[in-house]
Design a protein around this ligand. Sequence first.
Ligand SMILES: [Zn+2]
Length: 428
Amino acid sequence: MRRAPAGATPQTRVETATMHDHRRLGRELDLFDTDPLMGAGLPYWLPDGAAVRHTLEEFVRGCEQRAGYRHVYSPVLGKRELYEISGHWSHYRDDMFPPMDLGAEQVVLRPSLCPHHALIYRSRARSYRELPLRMAELGGMYRSEPSGVLGGLTRVRAIQLNDAHIFCTPEQAADEAVAALELIREAHRALGIRPVRYRLSLPGEGGKYVADPALWERATALLTEVLERSGVPFEAAEGEAAFYGPKVDVQIADGAGRESTLSTVQIDFHQPERFGLHYIGADGARHRPVMVHRSVIGSVERVVAHLIELYGGAFPAWLAPTQLVLLPVSEGEADQAGRLRQRCLDQGLRAEVAGPEHGTLGARIREARLVPYQAVIGPREAADGQVALRLRDGRRLAPIPADEALARIRSLVGAGSPDLWEAAPAGE
Ligand SMILES: [Zn+2]
């Protein structure tokens, strides 16, 4: 990891932060960009950035599937009444885009996914046997940020959120929140993300929050229990809660020490009430479920910005936009390189060929310095079906059969390994 070394002076910390500013790296590495005509705070993703994002999305969906979540899709627009019911209209309107008039009705770009998920829950009769019902979606939401604060991937108006809502009985809520926090910690470990602190975010002064003291007390007590059971040190902070309830925020920091929230867990008694949600209990009577809101990796914009800065663009092989670059020494090996690239693509590896038309071998190796694996193919390697691998960390391996190299890389990538060559997973 390329971070400011421990004990770095403030000056070098700032230099490192500038060097690893995700906005600068994003442009230099062709990951994402903006166009004034698309609008401020509305970045688009270039193929390399899209490859990283797609891999992350698949990663988090896999984590969720294994943890018993089912995925849904819901629209990014909703009628104004939907947000009046959820409370967003009265507590959160300043952060929402103005409504669009469609004849007799008004629709708005959604500021969160919760109301849609509450409606999906409500669309069918629910029995206690179905609970906990874990509903996940990686979907769009919108925030009307003032143009002055917009920039890069961290301050945007269109957000793709890794979101989920767990509908459960009151007795299940703490266990579900503990499991969600564990899922967050596992995902962070796999991604190399180290949170700077866990925050119990409580309401502050003012009318921003729903007024229901019993609700706040109950949810705060449960979240405190969740944090204590999880064994993570935490700090309480007033004025950081959602308008409908307290939350656990998992905080990260950038190279300059600026803190932001990446992942969250919330226990919510308010929205089930507002939407009149219920399930039929073992006693045959109607009961009110609890909603646990949680995000494992936050928004794809924020997590990718963080990973760009964390790794300085040198992503772990499984996340790298190009995992393997094939370097034919001369035109004579170009066909061999082209065929090998197709084999990589067939096996699900992201590979490119950088042929002699791109300059000397040395120049091409330098150009590909962030690519985890560089496979040099000279006349001898081409004749023997071999490659001479160079790893991003500078190691140079003796020529080995191309199939062997591909199998090893595929196995390391498939295991999400942080190592480039050792630590082949067990059972290989
Ligand atoms: Zn929610």
